[in-house]
Design a binder for this molecule. Structure first.
Ligand SMILES: [Fe+2]
Length: 144
C-alpha cells in the first residue's frame, strides 16, 4: 500500500501495543464469558484513549499513539472513540483495525471459540466499506 519503512515500523509497534489500555479494565469485564451490558461496553471503549495516555510520556511513541487512539474507528463512522469516518481515520489505524479484527476472529475469546480462516475472510469481505476501508481489506486478502 506504498507505506514507507517508517510507517511499516510504526504500524508494527502500534500492533504490539494497541491494546495496552486494557490494563485498566477490570477482569470481570475483560474476561466476561457472556454478552457485555451497555455499561460494560462503555468501559471497554475507554481502552484506546487509556492506551494513548499510557504512552504519552514516552516521546518515542508519538506517531504510534495516534494509531492506537483510533484503532477502533470504523470506515462508516460508527466506531470509537471519536466516530471518525473514511479518510479522516488515520491510514495506519485503518490497517491496524482490519488486521486486529482478523486476529480477534481467528483466536479464542472468553465469549466464543476461534473462527476458521475462511469464515473470518468472509466476515472481512462482508464489512468492506462499512467497518473497513475496502482497499485495505483487498490488500490484506491478497497477502493472505
Ligand atoms: Fe482494541
Amino acid at each position: 500500500m506504498n507505506c514507507s519503512e517508517r510507517e511499516i515500523e510504526s504500524v508494527k509497534i502500534a500492533g504490539m501495543l494497541h491494546d495496552v489500555g486494557k490494563i485498566a479494565i477490570p477482569d470481570s469485564v475483560l474476561l466476561k464469558p457472556d454478552r457485555l451490558t451497555f455499561e460494560e461496553f462503555e468501559v471497554i471503549k475507554t481502552h484506546p484513549e487509556v492506551g494513548e495516555q499510557i504512552l504519552k510520556p514516552i516521546l518515542l511513541f508519538d506517531q504510534e499513539r495516534n494509531i492506537i487512539l483510533h484503532h477502533h474507528e470504523r470506515w462508516d463512522g460508527k466506531g470509537y472513540p471519536d466516530g471518525l469516518a473514511g479518510a479522516d481515520i488515520p491510514f495506519l489505524s485503518r490497517i491496524l483495525a482490519a488486521a486486529d479484527a482478523f486476529d480477534a476472529m481467528t483466536n479464542n475469546r472468553p465469549y466464543r471459540p476461534a473462527m476458521d480462516v475462511g469464515s473470518a475472510i468472509a466476515e472481512l469481505e462482508k464489512n468492506r466499506n462499512s467497518q473497513f476501508d475496502e482497499r485495505i481489506v483487498d490488500a490484506f486478502l491478497k497477502i493472505l
